[in-house]
Design a protein around this ligand. Structure first.
Ligand code: IDP
Ligand code: MG
Length: 167
């Protein structure tokens, strides 16, 4: 079944100049890129994205990590991949959350590391399931930034101009 997934190239991926390698690896999936941008991650976006991990000891480090404070690279690359079994194909290529446990040929296995404070710096984010993908894509992208219709939208008036927002 066709589905969408959010991919983030995290600040360590950008700092290590891995963007090209990661996009090349992802192109093996033959999925379609339907949205892409560079994002400066606010604290609010970071905390909302990782809300399910709020109670973990590593949460403060995780927020610093995704905001680029650990790598002096205050940006991430955000993409939406779309196509047959997009989530499982991209999760497979990304590898396990713990880069030490990830297959060495996976993106995280090849390029990730565990910091001395114990945080998994694993280079990429991939939505874990369709529910997460929907929540995350709607959080990171406006409807007008995606070239296919993924989720229901509605029109609202903003400064007397009609704009599409997530319904
Ligand atoms: P996922 O990225 O594979 O979906 P999540 O459980 O959603 O894994 O965790 C989000 C991110 O938080 C991970 O990608 C990793 O950077 C970090 N993380 C998750 N679990 C741990 C842990 O047990 N120790 C350190 N960092 C972790
Ligand atoms: Mg996750």
């Amino acid at each position: 079944m066709n589905e969408a997934t959010l991919i983030l190239i995290k600040p360590d991926g950008l700092k290590k100049s891995l963007t090209g390698n990661i996009l090349t690896r992802l192109s093996e999936t033959k999925l379609e890129i339907v949205a892409a941008k560079i994002v400066r991650v606010s604290r609010e976006l970071a905390e909302t994205h990782y809300a399910h991990l709020r109670d973990k000891a590593f949460f403060p480090d995780l927020i610093k990590y995704i905001q680029g404070e650990l790598h002096n690279r205050r940006k991430v690359m955000a993409l939406v991949y779309w196509g047959e079994d997009a989530i499982s194909k991209c999760r497979q290529l990304a590898g396990a959350t713990n880069p030490e446990e990830a297959e060495s040929t996976s993106i995280r296995g090849a390029y990730g590391r565990i910091t001395t404070s114990g945080l998994y710096e694993n280079v990429v984010h991939v939505s874990a399931n369709q529910g997460d993908a929907k929540r995350e894509i709607k959080l990171w992208f406006k409807p007008s930034e995606i070239i296919v219709d993924l989720y229901p939208t509605k029109e609202v008036l903003k400064d007397n101009v009609k704009v599409k927002v997530w319904a």
